[in-house]
Design a protein around this ligand. Sequence first.
Ligand code: SF4
Ligand code: SF4
Length: 93
Amino acid sequence: MDLAVAHIRIDGERCVSCRECVEVCPQTRDSQYPVYAWGEDGLPRVANPESCIRCLSCEAFCRARAIVVDSEDGQGWRMPGDPRAETKCRAIF
Ligand code: SF4
Ligand code: SF4
C-alpha cells in the first residue's frame, strides 16, 4: 500500500475563490484533520495533506483548473486505464 502523502498545488493566480474544492473534498467536510482550510487571503490552502485520499474531486471540480493533486515527486500514481487519468486529461485540455 502506497502511503505517500499527496502533493497538492494550488495556483493562486488562477483561483477564483469559489470554495468548490473545500466543499467537494470529503476529507475536508468530514475529517478531524481537514485537507483544506480557507485562508484569510480568500484562497484555499492545504492544511493537512496527509488526510488526502486522492479522490481527485477537488481537481476535477475546480472551474479555474487551479489545482493539481499529484505525488510529491511529480510522477503521479495513475496507472494506464485508470479512469481518473482521463479526468485529469479533461481537466488540463
Ligand atoms: S475550486 Fe479552484 S477556483 Fe474554486 S476556490 Fe478551489 S482552487 Fe479556487
Ligand atoms: S483529492 Fe480528494 S481527498 Fe484529496 S484534497 Fe482533493 S478532494 Fe480532498
